[in-house]
Write a protein that binds this ligand. Structure first.
Ligand code: ATP
Ligand code: MG
Length: 314
């Protein structure tokens, strides 16, 4: 049974007197299985937060279904088994992180002793030990994000839903959050998080879904979404002008850089032909680098792909 799933989910926001409509979700379906780290990827405005808010029961879908632990969202039982970090965590800012965790722990029904013990362990884990006694209003953005993560974990939930958990964090903070996410999986938890920081997704996720303008473009293991095939080869070499011009007259794109001359060709056979010409012509081969599609490029390509605009007048 899936821990979290949405099916044919649609959400249209209607705003203002002009009744401007925004189709934030246009029929999105995917499922997250137990024990997975599942990345929800998409550029700004793709509909990630909208999907998560529907799953958290904070807003209603226009149509379609959203399920947690196999039952439609909005049931109290599911909330107990769930930890949630909102995109813009709003906390009672006069509280300290200790008090915040105590409050959220109480909502999860934890007894006092367990709340205290879990709170102090989590505060250390998210790196807020030095600021535990300070009110949240004195926290920086990154510190608030860490406090938000701690409150999502206080109930020791089976499922952790994090909307942009790395946002506002410096590289060390991001590494710490990644480590926490990995340790959650080790303990058998399921983690669903949204991000547009692609390197974090590459490092963490078992599977991802890529959302663009309210439509799912792809779901699966990153390794499968990224074509493993070589989509080009870069040959770096030095040569005199006569040899360089001869090679540049051949197939591919050619340019000069501070390091030498670069030939970008379609495949390994073409690259080897360039290398042979370089060596036979008395030039020096510096490198030959096959290129595979990165997540970054997939993302840019998906975002640029033609699709209907998000906004539609009525
Ligand atoms: N309350 C709202 N009223 C009107 N439009 C909304 C509302 N909330 C979201 N939208 C629109 O829905 C679309 C999706 O927004 P959403 O916040 O889900 O995107 P996102 O993928 O989370 O983006 P980001 O990466 O910037 O957080 C956007 O076009 C946004 O303007
Ligand atoms: Mg968002």
């Amino acid at each position: 049974m899936s821990v979290l799933s949405v099916e044919a989910l649609r959400k249209t926001f209607v705003r203002g007197l002009a009744r401007r409509r925004t189709e934030a979700l246009r029929g999105v379906s995917f499922a997250v299985e137990p024990g997975e780290i599942f990345g929800f990827l998409g550029p700004n405005g793709a509909g990630k937060t909208t999907t998560i808010k529907i799953l958290m029961g904070l807003i209603f879908a226009s149509s379609g279904t959203a399920r947690l632990f196999g039952t439609e969202v909005g049931r109290r039982e599911a909330k107990q088994r769930l930890g949630y970090l909102p995109e813009n965590p709003y906390f009672y800012d006069y509280l300290t992180v200790v008090e915040l965790l105590d409050m959220v722990g109480r909502l999860h029904g934890l007894p006092a002793a367990q709340r205290r013990q879990r709170a102090s362990a989590l505060i250390e884990e998210v790196g807020l030990g030095h600021a535990a006694g300070r009110p949240l209003r004195s926290y920086s953005k990154g510190m608030l994000q860490r406090a938000g993560l701690a409150q999502a974990l206080i109930g020791d939930p089976e499922l952790v839903v994090l909307d942009e958990p790395m946002s506002g964090l410096d590289p060390i903070g991001r590494k710490e959050v990644r480590d926490i996410i990995v340790s959650l999986r080790r303990r058998g938890k399921t983690v669903f998080f949204s991000t547009h920081i692609l390197s974090d997704a590459t490092l963490l996720c078992d599977r991802v879904a890529i959302l663009v303008r309210g439509e799912l473009r792809d779901t699966g293991p990153l390794g499968q979404l990224l074509s493993p095939a070589i989509d080009g080869v870069e040959v770096l070499y030095t040569a005199d002008d006569e040899l360089g011009a001869r090679i540049a007259a051949g197939p591919g794109q050619h340019e000069r850089t501070s390091e030498g001359r670069v030939a970008r060709v379609a495949d390994l056979a073409a690259a080897n032909a360039v290398a042979k010409a370089v060596l036979e012509g008395g030039g020096t081969l510096l490198s030959l680098a096959p290129h595979r599609q990165s997540l970054e490029e997939l993302f840019v390509q998906e975002a640029a792909a033609p699709g209907r605009g998000a906004e539609a007048g009525s």
